[in-house]
Design a binder for this molecule. Sequence first.
Ligand code: NAD
Length: 347
Amino acid sequence: SLFGLPGQAAHERVLLAADEQTGLKAILAVHSTARGPAFGGCRFWTYDNELAALNDALRLSQGMSLKNALADLPFGGGKAVIIKPAGHFDRPALFAAFGRAVESLQGAYITAEDVGTTTADMLGMQAQTQYVSGIPRAGAFGGDPSPKTAWGVFVSIQAGVRLQLGRESLEGVRVALQGLGAVGWHLAEFLHKAGAKLVVADVDAAKVARAQAELGAQAVGVLEILKADVDVLAPCALGASLNAQTIPQIRAQLIAGAANNQLATVEDGDALQQRGICYLPDYLVNAGGIVSVAREYRNEGEESAVMAEVSRIGERVAELLERVKREDSTPARVADAWARSKLVKPV
Ligand code: NAD
Protein backbone atom coordinates (compact mmCIF):
# COMPACT_ATOMS: atom_id res chain seq x y z
CA SER A 1 0.00 0.00 0.00
CA LEU A 2 1.15 3.52 -0.74
CA PHE A 3 -0.12 4.47 2.71
CA GLY A 4 1.87 1.85 4.64
CA LEU A 5 1.39 -1.78 5.51
CA PRO A 6 -0.77 -2.76 8.49
CA GLY A 7 1.11 -1.96 11.68
CA GLN A 8 3.58 0.31 9.92
CA ALA A 9 3.52 4.08 9.92
CA ALA A 10 2.63 5.64 6.57
CA HIS A 11 4.91 8.18 4.94
CA GLU A 12 4.32 11.74 6.07
CA ARG A 13 4.98 13.17 2.64
CA VAL A 14 6.12 12.06 -0.81
CA LEU A 15 7.12 14.54 -3.50
CA LEU A 16 7.27 13.66 -7.18
CA ALA A 17 9.63 16.20 -8.71
CA ALA A 18 9.91 16.55 -12.49
CA ASP A 19 11.83 19.03 -14.61
CA GLU A 20 11.37 18.87 -18.34
CA GLN A 21 14.49 20.82 -19.26
CA THR A 22 16.95 18.54 -17.44
CA GLY A 23 14.93 15.31 -17.61
CA LEU A 24 14.71 15.12 -13.83
CA LYS A 25 12.26 12.57 -12.47
CA ALA A 26 12.75 12.23 -8.74
CA ILE A 27 10.84 10.87 -5.76
CA LEU A 28 11.56 12.48 -2.40
CA ALA A 29 10.05 10.39 0.39
CA VAL A 30 9.73 11.75 3.92
CA HIS A 31 8.79 8.79 6.09
CA SER A 32 8.98 10.32 9.55
CA THR A 33 10.01 13.62 11.09
CA ALA A 34 9.11 12.50 14.63
CA ARG A 35 12.76 12.63 15.73
CA GLY A 36 13.67 15.64 13.57
CA PRO A 37 14.08 16.49 9.87
CA ALA A 38 14.09 13.42 7.61
CA PHE A 39 17.70 12.59 6.68
CA GLY A 40 18.77 10.06 4.07
CA GLY A 41 20.74 9.75 0.85
CA CYS A 42 19.78 10.16 -2.78
CA ARG A 43 19.95 7.14 -5.09
CA PHE A 44 20.59 7.65 -8.82
CA TRP A 45 19.58 4.48 -10.57
CA THR A 46 17.98 2.87 -13.62
CA TYR A 47 14.60 1.36 -12.80
CA ASP A 48 12.40 -1.00 -14.83
CA ASN A 49 9.50 1.38 -14.32
CA GLU A 50 8.37 4.32 -12.19
CA LEU A 51 6.50 2.14 -9.69
CA ALA A 52 9.69 0.23 -8.97
CA ALA A 53 11.41 3.55 -8.25
CA LEU A 54 8.58 4.62 -5.96
CA ASN A 55 8.70 1.31 -4.12
CA ASP A 56 12.46 1.69 -3.66
CA ALA A 57 12.09 5.24 -2.31
CA LEU A 58 9.34 4.21 0.13
CA ARG A 59 11.20 1.17 1.44
CA LEU A 60 14.50 3.01 1.75
CA SER A 61 13.02 6.02 3.52
CA GLN A 62 11.22 3.84 6.05
CA GLY A 63 14.52 2.06 6.65
CA MET A 64 16.14 5.44 7.32
CA SER A 65 13.60 6.17 10.07
CA LEU A 66 14.57 2.93 11.80
CA LYS A 67 18.29 3.47 11.16
CA ASN A 68 18.37 7.03 12.49
CA ALA A 69 16.30 6.05 15.53
CA LEU A 70 18.51 3.09 16.46
CA ALA A 71 21.59 5.26 15.99
CA ASP A 72 20.05 7.79 18.42
CA LEU A 73 20.34 10.58 15.84
CA PRO A 74 18.09 13.64 16.18
CA PHE A 75 16.73 13.01 12.68
CA GLY A 76 13.77 11.32 11.10
CA GLY A 77 13.85 9.12 8.01
CA GLY A 78 13.72 10.07 4.36
CA LYS A 79 15.28 9.09 1.07
CA ALA A 80 15.26 10.30 -2.50
CA VAL A 81 15.47 8.40 -5.75
CA ILE A 82 16.36 9.97 -9.08
CA ILE A 83 15.42 7.86 -12.09
CA LYS A 84 18.47 7.85 -14.36
CA PRO A 85 17.44 9.38 -17.70
CA ALA A 86 17.88 7.20 -20.77
CA GLY A 87 20.40 8.64 -23.23
CA HIS A 88 22.44 11.83 -22.86
CA PHE A 89 21.84 14.20 -19.94
CA ASP A 90 23.60 17.14 -18.30
CA ARG A 91 24.53 15.78 -14.85
CA PRO A 92 25.23 19.09 -13.05
CA ALA A 93 21.98 20.58 -14.41
CA LEU A 94 20.03 17.48 -13.40
CA PHE A 95 21.38 17.61 -9.85
CA ALA A 96 20.76 21.36 -9.69
CA ALA A 97 17.10 20.67 -10.50
CA PHE A 98 17.07 17.97 -7.83
CA GLY A 99 18.62 20.46 -5.37
CA ARG A 100 15.73 22.85 -6.04
CA ALA A 101 13.27 20.06 -5.27
CA VAL A 102 15.08 19.38 -1.98
CA GLU A 103 14.98 23.10 -1.15
CA SER A 104 11.24 23.22 -1.86
CA LEU A 105 10.68 20.92 1.15
CA GLN A 106 12.17 23.67 3.32
CA GLY A 107 14.28 21.40 5.48
CA ALA A 108 11.78 18.58 5.99
CA TYR A 109 14.28 16.41 4.05
CA ILE A 110 18.09 16.57 4.05
CA THR A 111 19.97 14.72 1.33
CA ALA A 112 23.42 13.11 0.94
CA GLU A 113 25.12 10.41 -1.15
CA ASP A 114 23.73 6.96 -1.86
CA VAL A 115 24.27 4.43 -4.63
CA GLY A 116 25.01 6.26 -7.89
CA THR A 117 25.65 9.71 -6.38
CA THR A 118 28.98 11.30 -5.53
CA THR A 119 30.50 14.02 -3.36
CA ALA A 120 30.73 16.13 -6.57
CA ASP A 121 26.94 15.86 -7.01
CA MET A 122 26.41 17.03 -3.41
CA LEU A 123 28.90 19.86 -3.82
CA GLY A 124 27.15 21.02 -7.00
CA MET A 125 23.80 21.06 -5.25
CA GLN A 126 24.97 23.44 -2.55
CA ALA A 127 24.17 26.41 -4.78
CA GLN A 128 20.51 25.33 -4.81
CA THR A 129 19.93 24.08 -1.31
CA GLN A 130 21.35 24.23 2.18
CA TYR A 131 19.76 20.88 3.02
CA VAL A 132 22.61 18.73 1.74
CA SER A 133 25.53 16.94 3.42
CA GLY A 134 28.37 14.58 2.52
CA ILE A 135 30.61 17.36 1.23
CA PRO A 136 34.39 17.33 1.85
CA ARG A 137 35.50 20.20 4.11
CA ALA A 138 39.01 21.58 4.41
CA GLY A 139 40.43 20.86 7.86
CA ALA A 140 37.36 18.98 9.11
CA PHE A 141 35.84 15.55 8.64
CA GLY A 142 33.11 15.14 6.09
CA GLY A 143 32.42 14.06 2.54
CA ASP A 144 32.14 10.45 1.39
CA PRO A 145 30.36 8.53 4.19
CA SER A 146 31.31 5.05 2.90
CA PRO A 147 34.48 4.50 5.01
CA LYS A 148 32.42 5.22 8.14
CA THR A 149 29.68 2.86 6.96
CA ALA A 150 32.31 0.17 6.39
CA TRP A 151 33.73 0.72 9.88
CA GLY A 152 30.28 0.25 11.44
CA VAL A 153 29.82 -3.01 9.52
CA PHE A 154 33.30 -4.12 10.58
CA VAL A 155 32.68 -3.58 14.31
CA SER A 156 29.32 -5.38 13.91
CA ILE A 157 31.05 -8.39 12.35
CA GLN A 158 33.59 -8.33 15.20
CA ALA A 159 30.78 -8.31 17.79
CA GLY A 160 28.77 -10.99 15.98
CA VAL A 161 31.80 -13.27 15.57
CA ARG A 162 32.62 -12.91 19.26
CA LEU A 163 29.06 -13.41 20.56
CA GLN A 164 27.63 -15.87 18.04
CA LEU A 165 30.66 -17.79 16.82
CA GLY A 166 32.57 -17.64 20.11
CA ARG A 167 35.76 -16.40 18.46
CA GLU A 168 37.67 -13.53 20.03
CA SER A 169 39.49 -12.43 16.88
CA LEU A 170 38.83 -12.27 13.15
CA GLU A 171 42.11 -14.08 12.45
CA GLY A 172 41.28 -16.87 10.02
CA VAL A 173 37.54 -16.13 10.00
CA ARG A 174 36.19 -16.66 6.46
CA VAL A 175 34.07 -13.77 5.16
CA ALA A 176 32.18 -13.63 1.86
CA LEU A 177 31.73 -10.12 0.47
CA GLN A 178 29.01 -9.51 -2.10
CA GLY A 179 29.96 -6.22 -3.78
CA LEU A 180 33.29 -4.39 -3.64
CA GLY A 181 31.99 -0.86 -4.16
CA ALA A 182 32.50 2.21 -2.00
CA VAL A 183 31.59 0.42 1.24
CA GLY A 184 32.53 -3.14 0.28
CA TRP A 185 36.07 -2.20 -0.65
CA HIS A 186 36.78 -0.38 2.63
CA LEU A 187 35.21 -3.27 4.55
CA ALA A 188 37.41 -5.74 2.67
CA GLU A 189 40.48 -3.74 3.68
CA PHE A 190 39.47 -3.61 7.37
CA LEU A 191 38.76 -7.36 7.38
CA HIS A 192 42.00 -8.22 5.63
CA LYS A 193 43.97 -6.17 8.12
CA ALA A 194 42.25 -8.04 10.97
CA GLY A 195 43.36 -11.38 9.50
CA ALA A 196 40.07 -12.53 7.94
CA LYS A 197 40.11 -14.72 4.83
CA LEU A 198 38.07 -13.12 2.05
CA VAL A 199 35.88 -14.61 -0.66
CA VAL A 200 34.60 -11.90 -2.99
CA ALA A 201 32.28 -11.29 -5.93
CA ASP A 202 31.39 -8.23 -7.95
CA VAL A 203 29.91 -7.70 -11.40
CA ASP A 204 32.92 -5.45 -12.03
CA ALA A 205 35.83 -7.81 -12.80
CA ALA A 206 38.44 -5.08 -12.21
CA LYS A 207 37.40 -4.72 -8.55
CA VAL A 208 37.60 -8.47 -8.06
CA ALA A 209 41.06 -8.61 -9.65
CA ARG A 210 42.24 -5.83 -7.35
CA ALA A 211 40.94 -7.68 -4.26
CA GLN A 212 42.77 -10.82 -5.40
CA ALA A 213 46.00 -8.91 -5.97
CA GLU A 214 45.95 -6.60 -2.94
CA LEU A 215 44.01 -8.54 -0.31
CA GLY A 216 44.69 -12.15 -1.26
CA ALA A 217 40.95 -12.66 -1.77
CA GLN A 218 39.45 -15.72 -3.41
CA ALA A 219 37.13 -14.79 -6.27
CA VAL A 220 33.83 -16.52 -6.99
CA GLY A 221 30.99 -15.73 -9.40
CA VAL A 222 28.15 -13.39 -8.46
CA LEU A 223 25.76 -16.35 -8.41
CA GLU A 224 28.08 -18.32 -6.11
CA ILE A 225 28.90 -15.76 -3.43
CA LEU A 226 25.83 -16.33 -1.25
CA LYS A 227 26.53 -20.08 -1.23
CA ALA A 228 30.20 -19.72 -0.32
CA ASP A 229 31.58 -21.97 2.42
CA VAL A 230 32.33 -19.19 4.93
CA ASP A 231 31.65 -18.16 8.52
CA VAL A 232 30.29 -14.69 7.72
CA LEU A 233 28.37 -13.27 4.77
CA ALA A 234 28.52 -9.51 4.13
CA PRO A 235 26.00 -8.35 1.49
CA CYS A 236 27.32 -5.01 0.22
CA ALA A 237 25.62 -4.71 -3.19
CA LEU A 238 21.89 -4.05 -3.57
CA GLY A 239 18.80 -5.05 -1.60
CA ALA A 240 16.64 -8.20 -1.30
CA SER A 241 19.59 -10.59 -1.65
CA LEU A 242 18.22 -12.65 1.28
CA ASN A 243 15.08 -14.29 -0.05
CA ALA A 244 13.24 -17.60 -0.37
CA GLN A 245 15.55 -18.75 -3.19
CA THR A 246 18.89 -17.80 -1.63
CA ILE A 247 18.34 -18.53 2.08
CA PRO A 248 18.33 -22.36 1.78
CA GLN A 249 21.75 -22.17 0.08
CA ILE A 250 23.53 -19.91 2.58
CA ARG A 251 26.33 -21.62 4.52
CA ALA A 252 27.50 -18.70 6.68
CA GLN A 253 26.48 -18.64 10.35
CA LEU A 254 26.43 -14.85 10.59
CA ILE A 255 25.20 -12.21 8.13
CA ALA A 256 26.20 -8.55 8.49
CA GLY A 257 26.59 -6.20 5.55
CA ALA A 258 26.08 -2.69 4.25
CA ALA A 259 23.34 -3.20 1.67
CA ASN A 260 20.00 -1.64 2.57
CA ASN A 261 16.87 -3.82 2.70
CA GLN A 262 18.69 -7.14 2.53
CA LEU A 263 15.65 -9.16 3.60
CA ALA A 264 13.09 -9.46 0.81
CA THR A 265 10.37 -9.93 3.45
CA VAL A 266 10.24 -9.99 7.25
CA GLU A 267 9.50 -13.74 7.08
CA ASP A 268 12.90 -14.21 5.45
CA GLY A 269 14.38 -13.12 8.78
CA ASP A 270 12.44 -15.95 10.45
CA ALA A 271 13.69 -18.41 7.83
CA LEU A 272 17.30 -17.44 8.55
CA GLN A 273 16.76 -17.95 12.27
CA GLN A 274 15.20 -21.36 11.64
CA ARG A 275 18.34 -22.33 9.72
CA GLY A 276 20.48 -21.23 12.69
CA ILE A 277 21.87 -18.23 10.83
CA CYS A 278 22.22 -15.00 12.80
CA TYR A 279 21.20 -12.01 10.67
CA LEU A 280 22.28 -8.61 11.99
CA PRO A 281 19.76 -6.10 10.58
CA ASP A 282 21.18 -3.87 7.86
CA TYR A 283 19.88 -0.60 9.29
CA LEU A 284 21.59 -1.31 12.60
CA VAL A 285 25.01 -2.22 11.22
CA ASN A 286 25.21 0.21 8.27
CA ALA A 287 24.45 3.42 10.21
CA GLY A 288 28.07 4.66 10.19
CA GLY A 289 27.56 6.74 7.05
CA ILE A 290 24.47 8.54 8.32
CA VAL A 291 26.20 9.21 11.64
CA SER A 292 28.98 10.86 9.63
CA VAL A 293 26.82 13.03 7.35
CA ALA A 294 24.50 13.94 10.24
CA ARG A 295 27.39 15.16 12.39
CA GLU A 296 28.87 16.96 9.40
CA TYR A 297 25.53 18.65 8.73
CA ARG A 298 25.31 19.86 12.32
CA ASN A 299 28.96 20.85 12.23
CA GLU A 300 29.56 18.68 15.29
CA GLY A 301 32.42 16.50 16.43
CA GLU A 302 35.79 15.64 15.00
CA GLU A 303 36.88 12.61 13.02
CA SER A 304 37.90 10.69 16.18
CA ALA A 305 34.59 11.49 17.95
CA VAL A 306 32.61 10.40 14.90
CA MET A 307 34.61 7.17 14.66
CA ALA A 308 33.96 6.52 18.37
CA GLU A 309 30.25 7.07 17.79
CA VAL A 310 30.30 4.68 14.84
CA SER A 311 32.13 2.09 16.96
CA ARG A 312 29.17 2.12 19.36
CA ILE A 313 27.25 0.20 16.69
CA GLY A 314 29.19 -2.87 17.96
CA GLU A 315 27.73 -2.30 21.45
CA ARG A 316 24.23 -2.04 19.98
CA VAL A 317 24.75 -5.36 18.21
CA ALA A 318 25.60 -6.90 21.60
CA GLU A 319 22.50 -5.32 23.14
CA LEU A 320 20.33 -6.58 20.27
CA LEU A 321 21.60 -10.14 20.70
CA GLU A 322 20.85 -9.93 24.44
CA ARG A 323 17.31 -8.73 23.69
CA VAL A 324 16.84 -11.53 21.13
CA LYS A 325 17.74 -14.11 23.80
CA ARG A 326 15.44 -12.49 26.36
CA GLU A 327 12.50 -12.16 24.02
CA ASP A 328 13.02 -15.49 22.24
CA SER A 329 12.54 -13.78 18.89
CA THR A 330 14.62 -12.97 15.79
CA PRO A 331 17.13 -10.12 15.41
CA ALA A 332 15.06 -8.63 12.57
CA ARG A 333 11.85 -8.52 14.60
CA VAL A 334 13.51 -7.32 17.81
CA ALA A 335 15.44 -4.56 15.99
CA ASP A 336 12.27 -3.43 14.23
CA ALA A 337 10.30 -3.12 17.49
CA TRP A 338 13.27 -1.48 19.24
CA ALA A 339 13.65 1.11 16.46
CA ARG A 340 9.90 1.80 16.27
CA SER A 341 9.79 2.44 20.02
CA LYS A 342 12.29 5.25 19.34
CA LEU A 343 10.29 6.97 16.60
CA VAL A 344 9.57 9.85 18.94
CA LYS A 345 11.25 13.17 19.56
CA PRO A 346 14.51 12.56 21.48
CA VAL A 347 14.62 14.15 24.95
P1 NAD B 1 28.48 1.08 -4.77
O1 NAD B 1 27.60 1.30 -5.94
O2 NAD B 1 29.74 1.85 -4.65
O3 NAD B 1 28.87 -0.47 -4.67
C1 NAD B 1 28.03 -1.53 -5.01
C2 NAD B 1 28.91 -2.61 -5.61
O4 NAD B 1 28.14 -3.78 -5.81
C3 NAD B 1 29.48 -2.22 -6.98
O5 NAD B 1 30.87 -2.50 -7.01
C4 NAD B 1 28.71 -3.12 -7.95
O6 NAD B 1 29.47 -3.45 -9.10
C5 NAD B 1 28.45 -4.32 -7.08
N1 NAD B 1 27.34 -5.17 -7.49
C6 NAD B 1 26.16 -4.83 -8.07
N2 NAD B 1 25.40 -5.91 -8.26
C7 NAD B 1 26.11 -6.97 -7.79
C8 NAD B 1 25.86 -8.36 -7.71
N3 NAD B 1 24.71 -8.90 -8.14
N4 NAD B 1 26.80 -9.16 -7.16
C9 NAD B 1 27.96 -8.64 -6.71
N5 NAD B 1 28.26 -7.33 -6.78
C10 NAD B 1 27.34 -6.51 -7.32
O7 NAD B 1 27.56 1.29 -3.47
P2 NAD B 1 28.00 1.47 -1.97
O8 NAD B 1 27.99 2.92 -1.63
O9 NAD B 1 29.21 0.65 -1.68
O10 NAD B 1 26.74 0.83 -1.23
C11 NAD B 1 26.54 -0.58 -1.19
C12 NAD B 1 25.25 -0.86 -0.44
O11 NAD B 1 25.34 -0.33 0.88
C13 NAD B 1 23.99 -0.22 -1.05
O12 NAD B 1 22.90 -1.06 -0.84
C14 NAD B 1 23.81 1.06 -0.25
O13 NAD B 1 22.48 1.51 -0.23
C15 NAD B 1 24.25 0.58 1.11
N6 NAD B 1 24.72 1.66 1.98
C16 NAD B 1 25.74 2.45 1.59
C17 NAD B 1 26.18 3.47 2.44
C18 NAD B 1 27.34 4.35 2.08
O14 NAD B 1 27.88 5.02 2.97
N7 NAD B 1 27.79 4.37 0.84
C19 NAD B 1 25.55 3.67 3.69
C20 NAD B 1 24.52 2.80 4.07
C21 NAD B 1 24.10 1.80 3.20
